[in-house]
Design a protein around this ligand. Structure first.
Ligand code: KIV
Ligand code: ZN
Length: 517
């Protein structure tokens, strides 16, 4: 008979699409959010926080579509402790039925109450209780967060927690909003609540750690050791400022150290790498090479001594296998003779789901690329998918570029684009072909955005490799990242720049609405 798993289950609440998306450069459009949500479902997180419905019409629509689409995970929507926020959140979440979770919050620390809310503690307590009651009139699945809990006076924190549980909260979140705590202190805060809140067992204690001191994963582990039952985290650790607790690090810490951490999660760890890559593809932000679990070097053994040890026995230097996080050792996948079936299968493995029309388009691009390159790698497929995920109704499209350049010639770029369905063409001189091309695009699109960074790299090795360009552009306080790839790096540069301008255009409205909150 199989042995019963006695480890305590810790719920994983993924906030990549809410806290993660709030971070500069991580904005996603609705289609992109849906793709991530589908992947989170495959990863089997317990709760997907899909957004902040009242923040903008785009945020509302994304939460609603995710609530309509996702079939297994709970779907949470964030709202402040106000009636109109809560009503709007439920309007979007109702489509998830019993799986819809209203997540309402208010700050409880003296600093926040005095300077941000300008409210007395008694009024904050009242607002919290009223918010939870209103949320509970829609659904029993109510989460309440005491924003800046870690800097809240403990007796007041306990008072708020007890009151919101009485009012109907079934999850109470104790966030380290500013990433200030350390494991020992956080353990004691959770323990204090367990010991001093009479009704605490009627709710799940959740923790939500920011990474300002690089301690978010350690703090989350300490909290579950003290009795917390839910951890809020994000893929690749993205989130406000230094980010949130990284899902992959927390989950793999539990899995790897099950000898001393008697907790489990429902996460299918083999879906971690596809999830991380999909997010990078969508946002254009790659993780640093030495990032734990999902960085390019996380499973690379460079030094001779380490390589020797690995050849003798993998356990010498490997505490978890690449396979356990879904990293496939062979990345050579397809060539020009590969068929649709193999192409689709590989995309599925990488975490991309396409409808028939999308698959046809992507397959055509793959065939064109396979004619140019002998071998098509996973990274090439990810580059194809970056373009495939662009929304159909983009404002700016590239038609053609011709450049002339050389050691004697003044670089000249002639660019033809489609702008809101109309064709336009211009030529510009520049300090090199990339400069000339971007100047021509800037002139055609009349954009005021500033180019902050420009990076070019080869996706794979060999002179036939695709070049991949990543640019960061900013307009006012909005920053977006654009990516483009091609076997011609001038074309890749143009695509990346246009991709960024399109993203900026889509985000403009949402940023303005969010800022008006
Ligand atoms: O960091 C934080 O306190 C939050 C809350 C809204 C949960 O993101
Ligand atoms: Zn947060």
């Amino acid at each position: 008979m199989a042995k019963k798993d006695e480890r305590r289950l810790v719920k994983i609440f993924d906030t990549t699409l809410r806290d993660g998306e709030q971070a500069p450069g991580n904005s996603m459009n609705i289609e992109e959010k849906l793709r991530i949500a589908r992947q989170l479902e495959k990863l089997k997180v317990d709760v997907i926080e899909a957004g902040f419905p009242i923040a903008s019409d785009g945020d509302f629509e994304a939460v609603k579509r995710i609530a309509q689409t996702v079939k297994s995970a709970e779907i949470a929507g964030l709202c402040r402790s106000s009636d109109k926020d809560i009503d709007r959140a439920w309007e979007a979440l109702q489509y998830a039925g019993e799986r819809g979770r209203i997540h309402t919050f208010i700050a409880t620390s003296d600093i926040h109450m005095k300077y941000k809310l300008k409210m007395e503690p008694a009024r904050v307590l009242e607002a919290a209780v009223n918010a939870v009651k209103r949320a509970a009139s829609y659904t029993p699945n109510v989460e309440f967060s005491c924003e800046d809990a870690v800097r809240t006076r403990l007796p007041f924190l306990a008072e708020v927690v007890a009151a919101v549980i009485d009012a109907g909260a079934t999850t109470v979140n104790i966030p380290d909003t500013v990433g200030y705590t350390i494991p020992f202190e956080y353990f004691n805060i959770i323990k204090y609540l367990k010991d001093n809140v009479a009704n605490i067992d009627k709710a799940v204690i959740s923790v939500h750690c920011h990474n300002d001191l690089g301690l978010s994963v350690a703090n989350s582990i300490a909290a579950i050791q003290a009795g917390a039952g839910q951890v809020e985290c994000t893929i690749n650790g993205i989130g406000e400022r230094a980010g949130n607790c990284s899902l992959e690090e927390f989950v793999m810490a539990l899995r790897t150290r099950h000898d001393i951490l008697p907790y489990r999660t429902n996460v299918v760890t083999e879906q971690i790498t596809p999830s991380s890559r999909l997010l990078s593809t969508v946002t254009g932000i790659m993780v640093q090479p030495n990032k734990a679990i999902v960085g390019a070097n996380a499973f690379a053994h460079e030094s001779g001594i380490h390589q020797h040890g690995m050849l003798m026995d993998k356990s010498t230097y490997e505490i978890m296998t690449p396979e356990s996080v879904g990293l496939k050792t062979s990345s050579l996948v397809l060539g020009k003779h590969s068929g649709r079936h193999a192409f689709k299968k590989r995309l599925d493995e990488l975490g991309y789901e396409l409808d028939d029309a999308g698959l046809n388009k992507a397959f055509d691009k793959f065939k064109t690329l396979a004619d140019l390159k002998k071998e098509v790698f996973d990274e090439d497929l990810e580059a194809i998918m970056t373009e495939e995920m662009a929304p159909a109704e983009e404002k700016f499209k590239l038609d053609h570029i011709t450049v002339t350049c050389g050691s004697f010639a003044v670089a000249t770029a002639t660019v033809q684009m489609e702008i809101e369905g109309k064709s336009a063409r211009t030529a510009e001189l520049g300090d090199g072909p990339v400069d000339a091309t971007l100047k021509a695009i800037k002139k055609l699109t009349k954009c005021k955005a500033k180019l902050l960074t420009y990076n070019v790299g080869a996706i794979t090795s060999g002179t036939d490799a695709q070049g991949e360009v990543t640019v960061k552009v900013a307009e006012g306080d909005r920053t977006v990242t654009g990516r483009g790839s091609s076997t011609d790096i001038i074309e890749a540069s143009a695509k990346a720049y246009i991709n960024a301008l399109n993203r900026l255009d889509v985000m403009k409205e949402r940023f303005d609405e969010r800022n008006a909150l």
